[in-house]
Design a protein around this ligand. Structure first.
Ligand SMILES: N[C@@H](CCC(=O)N[C@@H](CS)C(=O)NCC(=O)O)C(=O)O
Length: 333
């Protein structure tokens, strides 16, 4: 098997958070969409629990818990530091929030959203209990908001806590959208949720997919991406001052002109034949820049070819550019 395999269900919030971590980490998997009423025997053979998501790694390891799939992905590449490596207090907060989501929030959400499945339960009571938790999260988010920018659940940037919970808050909203949208006490949560729903990754997360059939050719996730052709050299255009700073710091972290890896989540690269148009589109007005020729074998972080807004596939590197990967630095043009 060339890629890991993911059994998923498009609208399942557990599967959504696992796919979000895959999107963020730059990994590519083979996707098998599952109809929950007709689970394929291959899924049940891999995990008798019969839940999605399930990931089967290339060495055959089966991971059948969404949080563990997120960890598996982000341990390989975490360009936005969603795991908060080296920040123990923030890690503890993240774990507590995920436990609160997967425990009480999900419990009340189910009894509110799927009231017909829970005879004798008071749906309104459960709506309010779930809302109490959202009010707590709203306070957290509001504290972090600045200059009309929504906050994140833990610290000053997005983390596993946000990625693991927003699909469940989306479900809460979907149970009664107009009530949620009019709730004046959940303003910060609404802005935070909207940031995910309007995020460019959301469309890629939710691309409609037919349930997998044994005779289907392999389908990748993200569906619009593919492996980078590492038989050819890869290039990156760098501003002269950014390159000089990287030489001083020992690592290059710019994504494209004026935007860094932490902001974008990956570093923009080009195949040789794309250099000219990249230069003309983004750098021409400042005169010469440096073209960095990269040895793909030295790039250990995930590489994924992804479409630009015009649909052309460009290589993206989901981590910092190690200086040892740079074979040649030339003035361009
Ligand atoms: N703890 C599991 C829960 C996954 C889960 O419950 N997924 C639901 C779909 S949202 C499922 O597969 N249910 C099985 C079914 O409906 O038959 C995880 O985090 O991966």
């Amino acid at each position: 098997m060339s890629n890991p395999l993911l059994y998923s269900f498009r609208r399942c919030p557990y599967a959504m958070r696992a796919r979000w971590a895959l999107l963020v980490s730059g990994l590519l998997v083979n996707l098998r969409e599952v109809a929950l009423k007709n689970k394929p025997p291959e899924l049940l053979q891999a995990s008798s629990k019969g839940t999605v998501p399930v990931l089967i790694d290339i060495d055959g390891t089966v991971i059948d818990e969404s949080i563990e799939i997120m960890h598996w992905a982000l341990k390989q590449a975490d360009p936005l530091n969603g795991l908060r490596s080296g920040k123990t207090t923030e890690q503890q907060e993240i774990n507590q929030l995920i436990e609160q989501n997967d425990g009480p929030f999900k419990y009340h959400l189910d009894r509110f959203k799927y009231a017909y499945r829970f005879q004798g339960e008071d749906a309104e009571k459960h709506r309010n209990m779930a809302r109490e938790i959202l009010l707590e999260w709203n306070i957290r988010l509001a504290k972090q908001e600045s200059n009309n920018c929504h906050g994140w659940l833990v610290g000053e940037s997005q983390s596993m806590a946000d990625w693991a919970t927003w699909p469940f808050v989306r479900q809460y909203r979907l149970a009664d959208p107009s009530n949620f949208d009019l709730d004046q006490d959940l303003q910060a949560i609404k802005r935070w949720l909207e940031a995910f729903l309007k995020h460019p990754l959301f469309i890629r997360l939710m691309t409609p997919t037919e349930p997998w059939q044994r005779t289907d050719p392999p389908k990748s996730f993200p569906v619009d991406a593919c492996l980078v052709n590492t038989n050819q050299a890869l290039f990156h255009l760098a501003l002269i001052e950014d390159w000089e700073e990287a030489c001083n710091q020992g690592v290059y972290q710019c994504s494209t002109r004026g935007l860094n890896l932490k902001k974008i989540g990956f570093i923009h690269l080009s195949y040789q034949h794309q250099l000219k148009s990249t230069y003309n589109q983004f750098y021409r007005d400042i005169g010469p820049v440096f073209s960095l020729k990269l040895n793909p074998e030295e790039l250990t972080m995930p590489l994924r070819a992804e479409p630009s807004s015009e649909g052309e596939l460009f290589p993206h590197l989901f981590g910092a550019l190690p200086l040892r990967a740079i074979e040649l630095v030339e003035t361009y043009p």
